[in-house]
Ligand binder design. Structure first.
Ligand SMILES: CC(C)(COP(=O)(O)OP(=O)(O)OC[C@H]1O[C@@H](n2cnc3c(N)ncnc32)[C@H](O)[C@@H]1OP(=O)(O)O)[C@@H](O)C(=O)NCCC(=O)NCCS
Length: 166
């Protein structure tokens, strides 16, 4: 498996992986339209759009986009997706560690996401409310999580990139 930056030519295969990972019925999951919109969003950052490949096939994808905690730039992570046949083999973890490393290299103060606490705890994410970072949707509760990378204070309401429509 390799992790590298997404290229525009990867996008059809990225969208297929996102579709497969999130599908729960016949309809296209909302994460597909979100991903498509993020490619054209002003908050798109090439260094934070990463594919996992095996045998030159895209098997996983993660994207972080520009968001803000109050007035402070930060990274909103979503979606993270691994093709069904390749789950439970460390692909999602490799993508997340690569994204966290890329964010650290660019001195981002924090990453935030909406997800399962049991999964994201392994990367040191914790409920964002405990860091003073408020979710765009209050009912997300403890599932809205943050990984703070700075010793400086970062607190306030989080605003995702426009494509999220929040
Ligand atoms: C969630 C997802 C990205 C994890 O990727 P992955 O490559 O399968 O995960 P990894 O191999 O890195 O890690 C596997 C571990 O994560 C755990 N895990 C996987 N999905 C989980 C979930 N939804 N909640 C809690 N734990 C989860 C596994 O139990 C396993 O635990 P272990 O290490 O203690 O055995 C992947 O399963 C996926 O694409 N799921 C569908 C889409 C989705 O839910 N995306 C995340 C949105 S928040």
């Amino acid at each position: 498996m390799r992790i590298r930056r997404e290229q525009p030519s990867d996008r059809p295969r990225v969208l297929r992986v996102v579709h497969e990972a999130f599908a729960s019925g016949p309809d296209e999951p909302g994460e597909v339209a979100l991903t498509r919109a993020l490619f054209d969003d002003p908050g798109y950052i090439p260094e934070y759009s990463l594919v996992a490949t095996a045998h030159e096939q895209v098997i996983g994808y993660v994207i972080g986009t520009r968001g803000y905690i109050g007035d402070t730039p930060a990274v909103g992570v979503a979606p993270l997706a691994v093709g069904r046949a390749d789950q439970q083999r460390g692909v999602g973890s490799a993508l997340m560690w690569a994204l966290i490393g890329a964010a650290q290299a660019r001195h981002e103060p924090a990453l935030v996401l909406l997800g399962e606490n049991d999964y994201y705890r392994r990367f040191d994410f914790a409920p964002a409310a405990g860091e003073g970072i408020d979710a765009p949707v209050a009912s997300w509760g403890r599932y809205f999580q943050a990984l703070v990378l700075t010793d400086d204070p970062v607190a306030g309401p989080f605003r995702y990139a426009e494509a999220f429509g929040l």
